[in-house]
Design a protein around this ligand. Structure first.
Ligand SMILES: Nc1ncnc2c1ncn2[C@@H]1O[C@H](COP(=O)(O)OP(=O)(O)OP(=O)(O)O)[C@@H](O)[C@H]1O
Ligand SMILES: Nc1ncnc2c1ncn2[C@@H]1O[C@H](COP(=O)(O)OP(=O)(O)OP(=O)(O)O)[C@@H](O)[C@H]1O
Ligand SMILES: [Mg+2]
Ligand SMILES: [Mg+2]
Lengths: 227, 227
């Protein structure tokens, strides 16, 4: 479902160029579950943003469902993101002026879902992440882990085919974190949602069927776990 | 150095009141190192913000070095924060328009430190957290864990007597996280800096001499480790 071919990403900063990714190739097949693990600054978020069509590679190609994303204009890319990809950002990026419920409804509004259905599904998703009692809170009125759970519920709003999650449990205690990972794994096992999770948590890597190790912008190792 | 007496914090939200802390009492002695652990939403950040004089309790008292903070005006509180307390926020709150070096220099500017000394100390601190090669980057040009390390260097800028750190390693891989915690522990052991760390990481709790367990806004347990 995501095919990354020889992708590099260079951030141009005035006189200096910083190579965040250097010749990365990987293929994620439908319904796979994969973790990407590596030191701080190794390029995990950069790779996930490119796979989620949120940024363009400096060189190399990214195919989503066989479509070459370099040929698509920004409207087409936005359409793919909206309909196929659920993205959990490392820093959540919730809209500060909307409450939890409205933040989860937002992707459905863009997808043209009716008001009643949107509202019911948003409540259902907030219930799923144990946040129904906080659904009228705005982000500033939520704890760190609570904001993270809103961000996860929002990523699931449009029933995505693939969920790309950047450190989805960094702000959660181990019980809440395990609940979230179990929820994502259930979606993968029961509904075939493809799952790519960037994490620092070895527990998460240990329960994924495939772990990709990133270091200094390159893939240095890959492991497959027998299910 | 911090004495919390029967502190409660209620967030008033329109028609609903939310009690985040309910009758919390604790004493932190000079040069102690303490971890505060508990589920997401249990009131850890709220407690840390009150101890750091960033917010006022709804009821109860907080004494810093024996001074009753409820009697101080906001200028006096700011002075205590500037001179005595180093705060690492859960979401860093770096100034987006300043680069890493300038963010670390900022507290020293407020404290009236000269330009040359400020710059040298800021470079030293960024070297200490392994970020010297990124010191001209602005926050948007840094990875999650790199931003966190800038926030830690900034908290140490004015040689604080007490460091209050809210999940200082949540965005770091285990090697970088361990380096940061070892750095903070060294400051505690060699310079007597009092340390209060909110964390979800059981490893950090296991190396602190005292662990306070918070649940639903109350202290439910406390453990002391034999050094
Ligand atoms: N916009 C940018 N401009 C310049 N450099 C950047 C930019 N974004 C990231 N970088 C640099 O690229 C490198 C990779 O960043 P990235 O965010 O992908 O790392 P990461 O593996 O997600 O790290 P972490 O685990 O700390 O979140 C980092 O060293 C960072 O300094
Ligand atoms: N400004 C606010 N207005 C209303 N409610 C708030 C506000 N800030 C926090 N809360 C609520 O108070 C409770 C405690 O929040 P707090 O941020 O202290 O928790 P925490 O233990 O730090 O959680 P986490 O581990 O997720 O960061 C949460 O349930 C949250 O919804
Ligand atoms: Mg990252
Ligand atoms: Mg918190």
């Amino acid at each position: 479902v995501v095919n990354v071919q020889q992708v590099s990403k260079v951030y141009r900063m005035g006189e200096v160029d910083l190579q965040a990714l250097n010749g990365v190739s990987l293929k994620i097949l439908p319904s796979e579950n994969v973790s990407i693990i590596g030191p701080s600054g190794s390029g995990k978020s950069t790779l996930l943003h490119l796979m989620g069509c949120l940024d363009r590679p400096t060189s190399g190609k990214i195919y989503i469902d066989g479509v070459d994303t370099s040929k698509l204009n920004s409207n087409k890319l936005a359409e793919i993101r909206r309909n196929k990809i659920g993205f959990v950002f490392q820093f959540f990026y919730l809209i500060p002026t909307l409450n939890a419920l409205e933040n989860v409804e937002l992707p459905m509004m863009f997808a043209g879902v009716g008001e009643r259905e949107r509202r019911e599904r948003a409540e259902e998703l907030l219930e799923l992440v144990n946040l129904k009692s906080r659904m009228k809170h705005r982000p500033a009125e939520l704890s760190g882990g609570e904001r993270q759970r809103v961000a996860i519920a929002r990523a699931l709003a449009n029933n995505p085919k693939i969920v790309l999650a950047d450190e989805p449990t960094g702000n959660l205690d181990s019980a809440s974190g395990k609940e979230i990972i179990d929820l994502l794994k259930r979606l993968n096992e029961e509904k075939g949602v493809t799952l790519v999770i960037v994490t620092h948590d070895p527990y998460i890597a240990s329960i994924m069927e495939r772990t990709i190790y990133l270091k200094d912008g390159r893939i240095v190792k890959e492991e497959r776990r027998e299910a």
